[in-house]
Design a protein around this ligand. Structure first.
Ligand code: C2E
Ligand code: CA
Ligand code: CA
Length: 574
């Protein structure tokens, strides 16, 4: 009798203890203050001891294939080191095919579990499994929500980052950047999309590494990214974005240079955002401005950008109609042989006549360059030049070679060469009267496209020149590997000082001219404004000049009058 009572009491008390532990387990798992893993593990340890178990292991596999490859996370809930055999094993597969397993071990010397005990252990195991799968799946869901299909942090992750920093008053003094990889479709064309993906990934990771824990980098889709970093890091980040060789083939070490345009917002101290748009809108509009040709392709946000944006939209709207109405006129700026004073050629420059006033190219060319609209304008210009040349030839004038500017945007166009030749031939203009001015490239892919185009033009007997040589990042390769006819030296190489003293510009000028000569290129100095600059040209044997000293870009009628043996007066000194 006594004995029986004790048995009942003991089993009652163990049963009570079991329910107490189970309740504590549930409380620990549903604690709104967050998960306390230590607490959870200590309850599970108590439960294992209670059921004489030596070990309990929970594992999580993200999918069935992960389970097959045995690639999962392991939670060792309890292990007293005694080992033993698996006595119970529970496995669940969730709706999204994640797998969670739980196994408990018992040393052989222990008394086997009764059916009642088995049922209880089974319940605990299933409770734990359910919990683990829910928590883990939450992580997976969060991972999916914050990343795009290729595993890049996405816009939601960026927004969350901004919000978290904002809550901590930590945005002030940081820098937000929106950047776009330039001509990435060309890179894809050139090295293939798969290698292109590798480039994007490596470029992204390179920037992530540069910024480290001080900020974040997220991909918005395609070749658009946003980043947040410290003010101190800005210089190195912009350096990275300006142009970085990125590896895309680990075996061969092949690289491609990637450059980006960027809109930057220097977040002022004490800045608090009401909504993420307060920052996003600013970097988006700055990056749009950067794409349309900001200095070094970086534009810092300020309020004037809003006005610029309005202007930009006006130009975009008015352009098609203006083109139809032939509101664009060709102005010709003479190129002069400074030994003889003779007209040696001219550059066709665009002027927009609208409502009685003349809009200069700087106000609309960069806008048109944002899209391929610029190509329409360039072909329009070429066509008008050909028309004029044809007429001058028919009128028996002494014509000179006319150069036409082609935007880099054309490099995307595989039919470019044919299109140019087709226009020139339509007006039956001998090819030697046409010169195409092109500027330097910033990416390898563009470089190769440029090489192809210049070679093609050359083969067709059409002249080519490198425009604005020396501004930006001219590489020697540009002139060594591409068979140009003419190097147009940018006016920033000409000395500004009136005394003509040998400043660094003059020295650079000297070397550029000498180098061009050595490579068999003829060179022309742009923007010659003063007599003293003309002297520098003479000293360095640069024979051709273009600039206000001789003529501004002239309307057709005035330029035509220079086509009959006109000579510029030369004020030769010394
Ligand atoms: P660019 O190709 O470098 O053209 C030379 C610019 O320098 C012209 O400006 C010209 O007027 C200016 N210039 C000439 N001599 C002097 C001088 O002595 N001093 C100074 N300060 N400037 C001088 P413009 O006509 O305003 O054209 C600006 C830019 O717009 C051009 O630079 C070119 O990049 C672009 N552009 C003009 N027309 C076209 C076009 O039909 N197609 C394309 N794609 N771009 C064009
Ligand atoms: Ca030019
Ligand atoms: Ca130029």
């Amino acid at each position: 009798m006594e004995m029986n009572e004790c048995v009942t009491q003991c089993s009652q008390s163990s049963s009570v203890r079991y329910y107490v532990l189970l309740e504590r387990l549930l409380q620990a798992m549903t604690d709104m203050n967050g998960l306390n893993l230590r607490k959870l593990n200590s309850i599970l340890a108590e439960l294992c001891q209670m059921f004489r178990l030596s070990k309990g292991v929970v594992r999580f596999f993200q999918g069935l294939n992960y389970e097959m490859q045995d690639k999962g996370d392991t939670f060792v809930c309890y292990d007293d080191g005694r080992g033993g055999d698996a006595v119970l094993n529970v496995r669940i597969v969730t709706k999204v095919n994640a797998v969670v397993t739980c196994t408990v071990l018992m040393p052989p010397e222990e008394k086997r579990l009764t059916d009642d005990e088995k049922a209880k252990v089974d319940l605990i195991m299933k409770t734990v499994l359910n919990f683990v799968s829910r928590v883990r799946l939450q992580n997976v869901v969060e991972m999916l929500a914050m990343h795009d299909e290729s595993g890049f942090s996405n816009i939601r992750a960026f927004m969350r980052y901004l919000n978290q920093l904002n809550d901590l008053d930590g945005l002030g003094g940081k820098v937000a950047i929106y950047y776009n990889l330039r001509h990435f479709s060309l890179v894809n064309q050139e090295i293939g999309e798969r290698a292109g993906d590798v480039v994007i990934r490596n470029h992204y990771e390179g920037l992530q590494m540069l910024i480290g824990n001080a900020g974040t980098v997220c991909r918005l889709g395609g070749d658009n990214f946003v980043a947040l970093c410290e003010r101190m890091q800005l210089e190195s980040v912009l350096g990275y974005l300006h142009g970085t060789p990125v590896r895309y083939d680990a075996d061969s070490g092949s690289r491609v240079k990637v450059s980006a345009s960027a809109g930057v917002f220097l977040i002022p101290e004490g800045f608090r955002m009401q909504q993420p748009g307060d920052i996003m809108d600013k970097i988006i509009s700055a990056s749009q401005a950067a794409r349309t040709g900001g200095k070094d392709r970086v534009v810092y946000y300020d309020d004037s950008l809003v006005k610029n944006k309005e202007r930009l939209m006006r130009v975009q709207q008015q352009f098609p109609e203006a083109l139809r109405n032939e509101e664009f006129h060709v102005f010709y700026q003479p190129k002069i042989n400074i030994h003889t004073g003779e007209l040696a050629g001219a550059e066709a420059l665009c002027r927009w006549f609208r409502n009685g006033s003349i809009i200069p190219p700087d106000a609309f060319i960069p806008v048109l360059e944002e899209s391929t609209e610029i190509c329409k304008l360039d072909f329009y210009m070429l066509e008008h030049v050909c028309r004029d040349l044809r007429r001058w030839l028919d009128e028996g004038r002494e014509v000179v070679r006319i150069s036409v500017n082609l935007s880099r945007r054309h490099m995307m166009d595989f039919d470019l060469l044919q299109n140019i030749i087709e226009i020139v031939d339509r007006y039956n203009v001998p090819h030697q009267y046409i010169e195409i001015e092109l500027t330097e490239t910033t990416t390898d892919v563009e470089f190769r496209a440029l090489k192809r185009v210049v070679r093609g033009l050359q083969a067709a007997g059409i002249y080519t020149s490198v425009d604005d040589f020396g501004v930006g990042y001219s590489s020697l390769n540009l002139i060594r590997e591409i068979p140009w006819n003419v190097l147009k030296i940018d006016r920033s190489f000409l000395p500004e000082k009136l005394d003509g003293s040998e400043d660094s510009r003059t020295i650079m000028f000297k070397y550029v001219v000498a180098m061009a000569k050595e490579l068999g290129l003829s060179c022309i100095a742009e923007g010659v404004e003063t007599q003293c600059q003309l002297d520098v040209l003479r000293e360095n044997r640069c024979v051709l000049a273009q600039g206000f000293l001789f003529d501004e870009p002239l309307p057709t009628e005035i330029f035509e009058s220079r086509l009959c043996g006109f000579r510029y007066p030369l004020n030769e000194q010394g």
